[in-house]
Design a protein around this ligand. Sequence first.
Ligand code: SF4
Length: 316
Amino acid sequence: MEFKSLLTIKNLHVSIDLGHTVVKAVDGANIDIRENEILGLIGESGSGKSVLGLAILKLLPPNATVDGEVWFDGANLVESSEEEMRRIRGKEIAWIPQDPATSLNPVLKVGFQISEPMVLHTTLDKEQVRQKTISLLDFFDIQPPERRAEEYPYQYSGGMRQRALIAMGTSTNPKLLIADEPTKGVDTPRKAQVAAMFRRIKRENPGLSILLITHDLRFAQALCDRIAVMYCAQIIEVTPAQTFFEAPLHPYSEALLEALPSRGLKQIPGDMPSMITPPGGCRFHPRCRYARPECRHYEPPFSVIDGTLVRCWRYA
Ligand code: SF4
C-alpha cells in the first residue's frame, strides 16, 4: 500500500544546555508521520519523546539547540521564522500538553480559551465561533456546554480540563495533532474513555494524523496504526502496531512488552542510562540479554526487516 507522508523528520538532534553540562535529548531521529495515521511514540519516561514532539513545533526553551530537518507542507520547520510557526501552531499542527492543570490560563474563561485559535486562524465570525465552541464542549462531553463555556479552569475537574485542551486543539481542524502523554495521571477505568475520545476525534476528522506520545503501551495498542520506540534519545524501532505487540524485533521492545502485567510483569534490569554520558555502542547494551561484544563498541545500524525498521546488531 502507498503511504503519503504528512511530516518528515530527518536527522534531528536536540541538545539542551544546562549551564554546567549539555544533554543530548534527541540524537539523530529519522521518522515520518503519514497522512491519516495514529503514530505512537513510546518508551520509558525520560527517553526524549516529549522533547521530540516539542521540537517539531519549536516550543523548546531558549537553552535548546535543534539541528536537522522537519518537513511539513513544503517547508523545513527548523528553519521557519517565529511568525511562520505562529501560523502553523494551532492551525495546521496542534499540541495537546501533558499537564491540563497548568496548561489553561486560570484567569480566562474556558470558552474564551477554546475560541481563541478559531478567532486567530479561521474566517468564522463571532457568532459562528461561539456556536462552534459550544458544540465542541458538547462533543467532548463538558455539560452543560453553555454554562461551562462561561466558567474558569478551577471550576473544571482534571478530566474536563484535559478534554477542554483537546477541544482547543481540534477547533481549527488541524492536519496533525500531537498529544503528549494524554493518560498521564488518569486512572485505569478512565483510560478507556480517553481512548474512546480519540477514536471519536478520528471518526469526526477522517484526514487527521495524530502523534501520540505515551509510555502507556495498552493505550497505544488501543489506538495506534504504527509504533516508534525511543530509547535514550534514539529511535530504535518503527513498525506496524500489530507487529510490535505480536512480534517486536528490538530487544528493548520485547522487554517493554514483558514488563506489562498481562505478560508477566518482568522488570527490565538496570535503569535508563544518562543522556549526558550515554553508554558507547548500542545504548541498550548494559540491559540487553542478547548483548554481544560488538554491541558494546559500535552503534548498530538500521535494518529493514519485513517493513520494520530496527536498530540492533542482531539484524544487521
Ligand atoms: Fe542488544 Fe546488541 Fe541489539 Fe543492542 S545491538 S539491542 S545490545 S543485541
